[in-house]
Design a protein around this ligand. Sequence first.
Ligand code: GRF
Length: 317
Amino acid sequence: MPERSRVAILISGRGSNMAALIYASRAPDCSYEVALVTGDNPDAPGLDLAEAEAVPIVRIPGPILKNKIQYFSALQQVLDDHSIDLIALAGFMRILPTDFVGRWSGRILNIHPSLLPRYKGLGTHEAALAAGDKWTGASVHLVTNELDSGEVLGQVQVAVLPGDDPTSLAERVLIAEHQLYPRVLAQYAARPFDSGWIEAQVDALARELPEVGRKSSHGSPGWSVGGEKGKLFAIIADHHHGEEAVGLLVKSSGADEMSGLIEAQPDVYYWPKYYGASGWLGIKLNRRDVDWEQVGEWLQRSWELAAPRRLLEAGGR
Ligand code: GRF
């Protein structure tokens, strides 16, 4: 199993979702660990609970909280100090500044007590009851700069019962939240290491290029250009012959380029067994910080090296 993702949970209040995330993380096969609990309220009851559970907490002091710029720079520092990979908002009542969200893009999750896109913002249970909905629920989503609008990663439905009021409904939805959040966070934390997910990302990027088809190479998934008899330009080597990497193999200009890249960025590039000798460069993709734009550029370059001349001329390449 890859190293667990280090999660920071941000709370403002009682922290029942925080507790659910902490207890789920104690399963030996959980893909994340709670490396920090903090928030914008040094007296939040959830912080006392996390402390009692021996989870590292940071109480950011009152005077800093009053100044938005100071608060978010203190928070960034605390997150850096704890080497955080992912942030889970759990009843955190502050709107995050644009630059903070940008820096953590794709790495902040939130739980919201409605079936998004229905009922963003506060008062979700009142809204569901007023609309006469038979079902409501909870959603875990990625945080973007638009309130409660990032990609939904998971949802759970909860029935609205006759006689429900906002409090009774909130209580039942909360039970569902406690089931949903740990499951979705664990899946999301494991995703960068999942070969199937990695292959789907590469497939989507490869298919943006002209005349690309699938073709395997000695049983490994690959992509070719130029129809039936087309040439391979990308291969996924999934722990190939005992290698650690789930790697993308692309055509390089040769051994010199490969050695230079591997020496400069050994976390990113490697010399793949067997394939390296014929100019295939390995790019490690089972990492948390893959630059997918750069992967796209490598695919394009490799495509250009393999494409028949008519395609290069057609595209003015
Ligand atoms: C939950 O209802 C959650 O959906 C919302 O805020 C509430 C937090 O409750 N974002 P708790 O602090 O986790 O108990």
